[in-house]
Design a protein. Structure first.
Length: 236
């Protein structure tokens, strides 16, 4: 159907790829649905009005095609959304934040109450961007450093899962020291200690102190609660 069709049978189609007559027939017969003006996704004729199946199935593929087409390589999901994906959480957010220096701070309304907010913002350097299934993410270490305390307290399961991927402190330490991020270092040290990665926590604390920084270990509240709940579950 389209040069944008992938191996899973999903397709993202731009209006100029189809003649008007061909496009209208496909819409009428339920083979494509308009997401935003000039952009369509493949759908199934048996879907009823209001059915969100095709959209939620296509969402992340649409993200990759739309933003690579719109901004080239100069875009990236937010650090928080990057961490959610690293944790394995691929649920469709109500609003997806995308950063790009080419953006004009647009809110783009999509299907079923979802939207994009493309923010005019610088993006990480190339060595701090990881491409996953066509989607540009912060590298894991950059995402952990750049994510707000809110993410750790409000999404403790995702935060713990992302933290557990880190095997040693080397990549994180370099970025913490280069930026002089003593407060962030304290938060990450507390978070790593919370999930039982004491060696990584100690490495961060010792390195920051050796560099002359005053570091105070801060363990996000909800991470602490979650840890206690898991310990109680194991004991009972």
């Amino acid at each position: 159907m389209s040069k944008f069709q992938n191996t899973k049978g999903l397709a993202v189609i731009k209006a100029n790829e189809l003649s008007r007559i061909h496009r209208e027939r496909l819409i009428t017969n339920g083979f494509i649905r308009e997401v935003i003006k000039g952009w369509y996704i493949s759908s199934r004729p048996e879907e009823q009005v209001g059915d969100s199946t095709s959209w939620y199935r296509s969402f992340w593929y649409f993200v990759s095609v739309y933003f690579n087409e719109s901004f080239g390589e100069e875009w990236c999901l937010s650090s928080e959304q990057s961490l959610a994906i690293y944790s394995g959480n691929m649920s469709v957010p109500k609003q997806l934040l995308v950063k790009s220096p080419k953006s004009q701070n647009n809110i783009i309304q999509l299907l079923h109450g979802t939207s994009f907010f493309d923010m005019a913002s610088s993006v990480p350097s190339k060595d701090e961007i990881i491409k996953k299934d066509g989607i540009n993410l912060y590298s894991l270490s950059a995402a952990l450093i750049n994510s707000s305390p809110y993410f750790f307290s409000q999404y403790p399961t995702d935060a713990r899962a992302a933290l557990s991927i880190v095997k040693d402190s080397s990549k994180i330490l370099g970025k913490l020291l280069d930026g002089g991020h003593s407060k962030i270092a304290g938060r990450l040290a507390g978070a790593f200690r919370n999930i039982g990665r004491d060696r990584i926590a100690d490495d961060i604390i010792q390195a920051m102190k050796s560099a002359g920084y005053d570091i105070r270990v801060d363990m996000p509240t909800k991470l602490t609660i979650l840890r206690r709940f898991k310990l109680i579950s194991l004991i009972s």
